[in-house]
Design a protein around this ligand. Structure first.
Ligand SMILES: [Zn+2]
Length: 61
């Protein structure tokens, strides 16, 4: 599974590069769960990242 290729919805960078707090939280989560990472877990992470991005957008505007 290409968890390294996850793109952050908040900063549009690779999550693994950790450019923003959302990236770093997701990367840490991935690292802790990499042993039992499944497609469903990946989708759940993506959903969390998108929710965080929406929340961040609300704060910015
Ligand atoms: Zn990011």
């Amino acid at each position: 599974m290409g968890s390294e290729d996850l793109v952050c919805a908040s900063c549009s960078g690779l999550v693994i590069e950790g450019r923003c707090p959302t990236c770093r939280a997701s990367r840490e989560y991935l690292r802790r769960n990499s042993a039992n990472l499944s497609l469903q877990l990946l989708l759940a992470i993506l959903a969390i990242v998108m929710i965080l991005a929406v929340l961040a957008g609300r704060h910015a505007s």
